[in-house]
Design a binder for this molecule. Structure first.
Ligand SMILES: N=CN[C@@H](CCC(=O)O)C(=O)O
Ligand SMILES: [Zn+2]
Length: 414
């Protein structure tokens, strides 16, 4: 382990007050011209103007100095919502959607998520890992240094556990920090199509206890949506998960305003996802309960839906995070810069608000705010060198990868 000094950078980072930023603070960042970052044992030790950092480092042996050429440095992206563990793409379905078939109609016909369930069940562990690894490495090249990954293409105990083991292998074999989420409540399994409550029984009575016993997931998530799980069924699943020691997330009001955002507030989930159709009173309730909105604009783009009311959420005081939702159906996108750009161009976020949403608040959305998401002393030295001098490059240089270099724990990884 060495001490490294990264210098000649324009550093832009949120400063962590110990909680997600919201309301007027959603865009609060620190900008340091001529900045330097002193890293020790893979952690941030000092950050500030170069002279100040050097002064503080006096007497410390610096093993390596890196000149970052005046480029912009931001914290590594945290992607707090993905389904990137899958076995096969669904290009044909994308074509169907372009031709007008709604996303939920494809699921109702046995395609969509259920088609991914069939391909995951028939893939070997190695095949599943290879595809997952490819998606994760692409995310890393686009600046994601910490990622949440959900199961949910198994829908039976054995395959859900298998997915979670693959996700755990991703954590062990790549530089990424990985948060695992159990999402057996992603759709009603085909065998249970006519008896969804029995599938909920299976989730609560068998799958959740098995996942909790193995300790391989931190969160439990559920798809609360018309034709998938009702608010009551979602509540049952989430309460069983909480009783088993899992933390909660919910896919809420993605297509219809079913009241998922209200359930998130009622249960005090860590985050609520999507929220394209959420009602204003339920968003107010989320603000009151401190639930983080994990917004997924690349999904709105891919589904050709109106974007979630991100600006309004900031006004209401809901802490906002951004994520890719990378999955083979509704949104095949592993690029946080693309998501950042959509947030700025279509959701009314300032550059600083989008930066906080995709770093610090995203870290809090997966319970890792104390370790990653900002360049504060004591946190993991995860940072990106952008191909530009300000974070504007992320939205301005569209359709390409504006991330020039990726460092994880102060090591160059991409
Ligand atoms: N909407 C539910 N789940 C995913 C899509 C999963 C899929 O289509 O495979 C989402 O968040 O968009
Ligand atoms: Zn999702």
């Amino acid at each position: 382990m060495t001490t490294k000094l990264f210098r000649n950078a324009r550093i832009v980072t949120p400063q962590d007050p110990g909680a997600p930023l919201r309301g007027a603070d959603q865009g609060k960042v620190r900008e340091i011209e001529g900045g330097a970052l002193l890293c020790r044992h893979g952690l941030v030790d000092r950050v500030g103007e170069e002279a100040e950092v050097r002064e503080a480092a006096k007497g410390t042996e610096i093993h390596e100095e890196v000149d970052l050429g005046g480029r912009c440095v931001i914290p590594g992206f945290v992607d707090p919502h993905t389904h990137l563990c899958f076995a096969a793409r669904r290009e044909e379905e994308f074509r169907l959607r372009l031709e007008g078939t709604p996303y939920l109609e494809i699921l109702r016909r046995g395609g969509g998520i259920l088609s991914s369930v069939r391909s995951v069940r028939s893939a070997s562990d190695e095949e599943l890992f290879e595809t997952t690894l490819g998606n994760a490495m692409s995310a890393l090249e686009h600046g994601t240094t910490t990622v949440e990954v959900k199961s949910g293409y198994g829908l039976d105990t054995e395959t859900e556990l298998r997915m979670l083991r693959v996700i755990d292998r991703l954590r062990r074999e790549t530089p990424l920090d990985v948060a695992a989420t159990f999402m057996g409540g992603h759709a009603v399994a085909e065998d249970y199509r006519d008896r969804p409550d029995q599938f909920v029984d299976l989730l609560c009575g068998e799958m959740i206890p098995a996942v909790a016993e193995q300790g391989i997931a931190r969160f439990c998530d559920v798809f609360c949506e018309e034709g998938v799980f009702s608010v009551d069924q979602s509540r049952r699943i989430l309460l069983a998960a909480r009783a088993a020691g899992l933390e909660l997330k919910i896919h809420a009001d993605e297509v219809h305003d079913l009241g998922g955002a209200g359930l998130a507030a009622e249960l005090g989930t860590v985050s609520a996802e999507h929220l394209l159709a959420a009602s204003e009173p339920n968003l107010e309730a989320m603000a009151e309960a401190g639930v983080i909105a994990a917004l997924l604009p690349a999904t709105a783009y891919s589904l050709r839906k109106p974007y979630a009311p991100g600006r309004r959420m900031v006004e209401l005081g809901v802490p906002v995070a951004l994520a890719t939702d990378c999955n083979p159906g509704s949104c095949f996108c592993e690029s946080m810069p693309f998501v950042f750009g959509l947030g700025v161009m279509h959701m009314g976020f300032s550059l600083e608000e989008a930066l906080v949403a995709s770093t610090l608040n995203a870290a809090y959305a997966i319970g890792l705010g104390h370790r990653v998401g900002s360049l504060d002393p004591g946190k993991s030295a995860d940072f990106l060198v952008l191909d530009g001098s300000t974070p504007a490059i992320l939205a301005y240089h569209a359709g390409v990868n504006p991330v020039a270099e990726v460092y994880k724990r102060a090591e160059w990884v991409a």
